[in-house]
Design a protein around this ligand. Sequence first.
Ligand code: PLP
Length: 388
Amino acid sequence: ELRFASSLDRLGTESAFVVLARAQQLAAQGKDIINLGIGQPDFQTPEHIVEAGIKALRDGHHGYTPANGIPALREAVAADLHRRHGVEVNPDNVVVVPGGKPTMFFAVLMFGQPGAEIMYPNPGFPIYESVIRYSGATPVPIALREEEGFAFSAEAVLDQITDKTSLIIINSPANPTGGVTPKEEIDKLVAGLADHPHVTLMSDEIYSNMLYGGRKHVSLLQYPEIRDRLIMLDGWSKTYAMTGWRLGYAVWPDAAVDHVTRLCINDHSCVNAATQYAGIAALNGPQDAVDDMMVHFDDRRQAIVQALNELPGVRCSDPGGAFYAFPNIKGTGMTSKQAQDRILEEAGVATVAGTSFGAWGEGFLRFSYANSKENILTAIDRIKPLLS
Ligand code: PLP
């Protein structure tokens, strides 16, 4: 018998991948499946970015790079943050990693241990809770509520801080709800954190380029008073349709940069060099492809919300960001998991049960609108008879 470490029992997963596997299995049997389950843009990476990656390979960039990322890439990140959020960031505080996920894993490993408490959104990205449990820390859920537009409530966060709290994870725009936290709540949260100097904040801003209806992203970097204990996570996966390239970064506080760089050296040495050159082209090049993608996402967003609200027993609030709709399906009489399974098996539409994002996602279903408008509307039409 293999002597696996018991810590593995605490490691969770992302069930969107389980749904994807089943959807692919059904498709292989010849079923027509519309995938509204997966959280990645259905667009290709813009051509000039692909070309920059190919050129880097042809130019001989085949070796290790600095563990924290190529200097020109970290400078491009700082310039991008200045452009988008109006903030000054020292490129030395930027650490480039393979995607959005490594930052969250490293942050939780740095602040999580038995006896520590780490707060995370529920419903929220499932990897947060998984890695918190893996670290041995106690996960403390922050409830996100439909009636509050799935925004963070500063009070709900601050009320749960104890002497043991080491890290708080927030995410806006949010997966799976599309919720956007308004500036007033962030102002209140940052003001309240002044009373708790032992707490570090990780702000997952991977969807910071994806807001709708005139909403403007508020970055936690815009609050100088918490820079010395802020980890701001962002990356290329969603904005530039680069999920498979594996490229992300975070801005770390001075005190944490050496620690996270050592984690990078121990884990992956550096991100694939050609990918980093592609990342430079993404940030420094034209942004029209990003703008075009957002026009499509917004159009689909409005279409899916309207169509979902016409389904019996379903109501869907307006998602302000990301590319997810998170309707309340309690009126259908089904649990989230039942609805997910029936809709996949009987209507051939992949969605993800709200409970995949935490227990408080019960009664909700996540629809990703990273698919064509035509497919989205066909999918909802196919679901309708199941609910009538
Ligand atoms: N953070 C959130 C909130 C996400 O939804 C995702 C991906 O779905 C990530 C981070 C991870 O992105 P990546 O694929 O770059 O690791």
